[in-house]
Design a binder for this molecule. Sequence first.
Ligand code: ADP
Ligand code: MG
Length: 233
Amino acid sequence: MDKVVEIRNLSYTYPDGTPALNEVSLDVMERESIGIIGPNGAGKSTLLLHLNGILQSENGAIKILGMPLTNRNLRKIRSKACLVFQDPEDQLFMPTVFDDVAFGLVNLGYDAGTVREKVGKILERVDLSGRENRSAHHLSFGEKKLVSLATALVMEPEILLLDEPTSNLDRKERREIIEFLQEIDKTKIIVSHDLEMIEQLCQRIVVMNRGKVILTEDREILKDDDKLKSLGL
Ligand code: ADP
Ligand code: MG
């Protein structure tokens, strides 16, 4: 198995001086599903934002699919490691659902026919056919989450980066998203407070606190309530 993500001694402080990551190192293997958990403010989202270069730090190094994450490789990396934000409002900004889902493909220079075909297929897969010409803002929250996921999946990425994929969903929507993610045979890095979902989807658990990775363990750890409590969860 190949290493698809290598993070070495990554530290990051936001421009306002808030420290968010402190010497984080982590390897992720091909087709592995990793669950990143930890209390609010632990640095989980900040870490994901570094993995496709939305945030870039001077301290530490990241390799994605063997490529150093530098401005030179950014376009390539963003087409291979796709991030689904926690809040769909951060992801969806085009006038229609079609345009949102097509955006990445258009940027990569695919012709109109191919774009139409790929977008159509993926919207069918997330059960949103017929919504192409609606504005994402007029969809339910659950549907917006699915459109966000579609914007990533349409790129056929090697690595899916998911920030709280089940937050604010009702039970049915949550179950659907989990089943759907189970079917996707790609490397997944999932940040969540939803430990039940993490247990269903991930083999390995990474616990973060105060910008550090404090533990990397098999998913069995999720059954150990005392241990979770001692880790602040
Ligand atoms: P988590 O996703 O684990 O809840 P975050 O990565 O969002 O944690 O946040 C890590 C730390 O960085 C927290 O202290 C948070 O307040 C801070 N932080 C997050 N985003 C920003 C920002 N845009 N500007 C300044 N500080 C931020
Ligand atoms: Mg977060």
